[in-house]
Design a protein around this ligand. Structure first.
Ligand code: NAP
Length: 296
């Protein structure tokens, strides 16, 4: 347990709602394991209070924190500096408050995603990736994959949103590495046959709708397709089950969650993050919250 005193350095995650976030468990376990006098809080901030809350964090001496749904884009105008990659993606998930009180916005999701692939011995460089969804998480994933030299096809229910994603990322990734199509069973089967990586960035299959999957039951799942689902609750979504049963390799969202947190930990503290402590804390918190909704 961390003993809070007059020298405790504060961090927090800003979101709405936020009560079931795993991040405080992950970071506080890391601080306790390293004997660091830091504490990480869950901060429920409604959208209309975002600017006031950020100024309040600086005034109260917070060293930074994380940003989650629905604030990852909305937070950007309040920050003093934003890294190139966070600007390219168009979202901030980590804030560092410098000694002079300036707030710097980072995005650790994209590197966390690549690190999660690598920890499963999957080399992000390669042929063609299929990304399902075009929301905030898809932007970080598509940026990461296109920067790694892949062709990336975005399939999304709303084509306009997928096109906007491609347009937004185009200046920061190799030319013609991104394309988009409307999501349909035919498009999915066709594109899956040409890809070696499938990433689900939609919430389809997330608790409590665990029986949902974007992959149709009537189409055999390609066994060559390494399949990654950003969802970590449940640990194995129906999509991952379909892939595993076909003999494909599967990766759930826990690795990305821990890796983006580990990258943020290093930005705030300068210390190497205790990865396994952080992973175990997330798994334990997930077990405790079996019947409630989880967010970052
Ligand atoms: P978001 O911005 O709301 O985007 C959601 C995307 O999913 C949109 O493209 C949406 O399509 C699509 N979608 C939603 N319901 C659908 C359905 N029934 N059928 C087809 N498409 C559907 O959300 P986000 O922030 O990107 O987060 C998405 C997921 O990633 C969540 O499950 C989140 O927990 C997870 N995530 C995990 C991590 C991690 O560290 N593991 C990090 C970030 C996010 P439309 O555009 O048509 O609405």
């Amino acid at each position: 347990m961390i003993e809070i005193d007059g020298q405790t350095r504060l961090l927090g995650i800003v979101g709405w709602p936020i009560e079931h976030t795993l991040s405080p468990a992950m970071h506080n376990a890391a601080f306790a394991a390293l004997g660091m006098n830091w504490a990480y809080l869950a901060l429920p901030v409604p959208p209309r209070q975002l600017g006031t809350a950020l100024l309040g964090m600086v005034a109260l001496g917070f060293r930074g924190g994380n940003v989650t749904v629905p604030h990852k884009q909305a937070v950007m105008p309040y920050l003093n500096d934003i890294t190139k990659s966070a600007q390219a993606i168009g979202a901030v998930n980590t804030i560092v408050v410098k000694e002079n009180g300036r707030m710097v916005g980072h995005n650790t999701d994209w590197m966390g995603f690549l690190a999660a692939l690598r920890e499963k011995s999957f080399e992000p460089r390669g042929r063609r990736a299929l990304v399902l969804g075009a929301g905030g998480a898809a932007r970080a994933v598509a940026y990461a994959l296109a920067r790694s030299g892949r062709q990336v096809v975005i399939l999304n229910r709303t084509l306009l949103r997928a096109q906007a994603l491609v347009e937004h990322l185009a200046p920061s990734v190799p030319a013609s590495s991104l394309s988009s199509r409307p999501l349909s069973h035919d498009a999915l089967a066709e594109e899956a046959a040409r890809a070696d990586l499938l990433v689900n960035t939609t919430p389809v299959g997330m608790w409590p709708h665990e029986e949902a999957s974007l992959w149709p039951d009537t189409v055999p799942f390609p066994h060559h397709l390494v399949t990654c689902d950003l969802i970590y609750r449940p640990r194995e979504t129906k999509l991952l089950r379909q892939a595993r049963r076909a003999g494909a390799e599967i990766i759930n969202g826990m690795g990305m969650l821990v890796r983006q947190g580990a990258l943020a930990f290093r930005l705030w503290t300068g210390h190497p993050p205790p990865l396994e402590v952080m992973r175990a804390a997330c798994e334990q918190a997930l077990g405790k919250n079996r019947t409630s909704r989880i967010s970052r």
